[in-house]
Design a protein around this ligand. Structure first.
Ligand code: PLP
Length: 362
């Protein structure tokens, strides 16, 4: 996949500062360690890019986490345990056992398939059982079911239940609190005493759980967090607070101008549906100086771009063209000039995934 080839230089280009990523990682890891929490560095946003994973390793993460097996395969040479974040597909059970040391699970059928695969490979596969505290994405929903899954799993060979975990905010927007995470810790204790086993990990969520550390409200017993966005963009994601001392510009997208013309702000003619099936709306602002950059929705959605030049406004985009209003800019832009943007989480995800965007490391 071309997103993993080394430095090439064509535009659009995403410029990645590995030093800034290491710096952010160090800060976040230090914050977690103070509370006895180990950090899974999540690399899925950058397609499991090895250089970015190594920058996180330099920053002190304990485990590599990714939602896609393809990405974990790329990171195979890194000598840290690998955690598969998305529930495994039964069809991939063999590769899960091969490339992930640990996986997050909620279905006994899948755990049985992992057990079979692990026996064939003479490996022991660790699992963290996911419990849904109300966000309504993945996870076992009742204590009764958790109890039954543990009971069944303990009969299986080559599977070790290392812990329980939860995921919040990503889907339902539910914010991690002292109350809901305390429930998770309580479930862990009940499972331990009922089955006379030890669960070493309680995985308390993603970057949206970090605010609990800042407020000193993380329940005792939570000892792992799985962090992507907070490392790569420098904020916790429940209330979108910046984490003090982090960089928010580890990633910059640089695009090239292919047209500059003065045009009216509203299209001329009868308005039908745009290329994506929507009826576009246009405010009347008179004649404006518009620039077209060679990038489009195939690579990134316009709402995920934040121009570094604050006098630029984004008008919109189609599959391959990004249209900007540069009327108010102090800088002089010409055909072939470059325009840079900061990126949201979604922007990093999609432009790292696009093979039409080159990746350049600083
Ligand atoms: C993506 C993901 C994470 C990391 O989330 P961030 O918001 O990037 O910190 C953690 N856990 C699971 C299960 C995920 O899918």
């Amino acid at each position: 996949m071309s997103s993993n080839t080394p430095d090439q230089s064509f535009y659009p280009k995403i410029e990645i500062s590995l030093n800034k990523i290491s710096h952010n990682t160090e800060l976040v890891v230090r914050m977690c360690r103070r509370h006895g929490i180990r950090v899974v560095g999540v690399t899925k946003v950058c397609c499991g890019h090895i250089s970015i994973a190594n920058a996180m390793v330099d920053g002190g993460i304990d485990i590599i986490g990714d939602s896609r097996l393809e990405n974990l395969k790329r990171l195979n040479e890194i000598r840290l345990p690998k955690l598969l974040l998305r529930l495994p597909m039964i069809s991939q059970a063999g590769d899960v056992v091969e490339y992930a040391d640990i996986s997050l699970n909620s279905e006994i059928e899948t755990i049985r398939a992992l057990s079979e695969a692990a026996q064939l490979k003479n490996k022991t596969h660790e699992i963290i059982l996911m419990f849904d505290l109300g966000d309504l994405r993945e996870g076992i929903f009742t204590f009764d079911e958790l109890f039954r899954v543990v009971e069944e799993t303990l009969k299986l060979k080559r599977i070790l239940i290392t812990g329980i975990g939860t995921n919040l905010t990503c889907y339902g927007g539910v914010i991690p609190t002292k109350e809901n995470l305390t429930r998770l810790v309580a479930h862990k204790k009940m499972i331990e005493s009922n089955f006379d086993i030890l669960l070493s990990i309680v995985s308390g969520g993603n970057s949206s759980s970090l605010h609990l550390l800042e407020e000193n409200a993380m329940p005792d017993g939570i000892n792992q967090l799985r962090l992507g966005e907070s490392i790569l963009l420098g904020y916790e994601t429940a209330y979108r607070h910046r984490i003090k001392g982090t960089y928010d510009n580890c990633f910059r997208l640089i695009t090239e101008i292919v047209e500059i013309k003065d045009k009216p702000s509203r299209p001329i003619g009868e308005i039908g549906l745009d290329a994506f099936g929507y009826t576009p709306q246009f405010a009347e602002k008179g004649i404006r100086k518009r620039a077209i950059c060679a990038i489009g929705k195939q690579d990134i959605h316009p709402q995920d771009l934040v121009p570094e030049d604050k006098n630029i406004t984004i008008i919109g985009s189609s599959s391959d063209h990004l249209i900007l209003d540069i009327t108010d800019c102090q800088s002089v832009y010409r055909i072939g000039s470059l325009i840079s943007f900061n990126l949201t989480y979604g922007g990093i995800l999609s432009s790292m995934t696009s093979e039409y965007v080159s990746k350049s490391f600083k």
